[in-house]
Design a binder for this molecule. Structure first.
Ligand SMILES: C[S@@+](CC[C@H](N)C(=O)[O-])C[C@H]1O[C@@H](n2cnc3c(N)ncnc32)[C@H](O)[C@@H]1O
Length: 265
């Protein structure tokens, strides 16, 4: 009977949103550690954005790198089949005993395929070792590139996929000083109309493919109406008119509580 080799480790390497200079040192060395590369594509043999970040950074793609297909569809059947296939491929490769490094655009813990892949693989191999290498997210890089401060002092900040709809975004504008609207592509016109209505055009910015050679920053977001934008795009919206509730001063409260419970002299 042949003995099962110990499984390799599954590493999720965040590569940042596009500029190879934003790849962390940890991800950079993991890429060159001899681990086998896995990279996501939307269709078989299509280009991979995550892979292109590393290539622009100057590391040659190893000949044995493996693509995993994650189609962009809402069809549950197609998705289930694609996920099952990706998980099967990953489990089989881990069984060869070599570490696998899955290339992730942006940060691996933020709206990334890696979280789901790691979960599915863990269901099949409960003892599998998983390492997530954190990285620069698209909205952090977009804020830096456009000169936006996401939050200061006691301001509130939320990150949401824009496809929750306009009513939700409208409501959240009353709750948060800054919103990062990810996956904004199909919602651009409606979001612009909302921003017009709420007089927030001047404090909003659209950022596409941040860090990539074709990065685009649009301050005049109203000019985007009717335009077909790239999937890799987001909006940062600030609401300086937000009415804030009263803050509980945690430190003072804690001191009062401590004083109250101190034994009397
Ligand atoms: C599946 S999520 C991936 C998020 C990514 N893991 C991160 O940490 O930012 C895809 C969405 O993230 C945003 N995004 C990712 N990369 C981007 C980039 N380079 N420029 C602008 N937005 C980006 C877009 O809103 C896109 O629709």
């Amino acid at each position: 009977m042949t003995e099962q080799k110990p499984y390799g480790k599954l590493i999720g390497a965040s590569l940042g949103p596009g500029d190879p200079d934003l790849i962390t040192r940890r991800a950079w060395s993991a890429l060159q550690s001899g681990a086998r590369w896995l990279y996501p594509v939307k269709k078989a043999e299509e280009s991979s954005y995550a892979l292109s970040i590393v290539e622009r950074g100057g590391i040659a793609v190893p000949a044995d790198a493996v693509e995993l297909v994650f189609p962009m569809t809402r069809d549950a059947d197609i998705l289930d089949k694609a996920w099952a296939r990706a998980a099967e491929q990953t489990v089989a490769l881990l069984g060869e005993g070599r570490d696998l490094i899955f290339l992730v655009e942006g940060d691996a813990s933020t709206f990334a395929t890696f979280g789901h892949l790691a979960r599915v693989v863990r269901e099949r191999i409960p003892t599998i070792q998983v390492e997530t290498i954190p990285g620069v997210s698209s909205f952090a890089a977009a804020a830096a590139a456009s000169g936006v401060t996401l939050a200061e002092e006691d301001e509130t900040f939320a990150i949401i996929p824009a496809n929750y709809g306009i009513e939700v975004i409208d409501h959240l504008l009353d709750e948060f000083d800054t919103l990062a609207l990810l996956k904004v592509k199909p919602m651009v016109d409606e979001v612009v109309e909302l921003l017009e209505r709420r007089e927030l055009l001047a404090t909003s910015v659209f950022v596409e493919k941040v860090g990539a050679p074709d990065e685009r920053i649009v301050d005049d977001v109203a000019s985007l109406k009717g335009e077909k934008v790239n999937y890799l795009s987001l909006m940062l919206v600030q609401n300086p008119k937000r009415v804030r509730g009263e803050l509980r001063r945690g430190c003072r409260k804690r001191k009062e509580a401590a004083d109250a419970s101190a034994p009397e002299a």
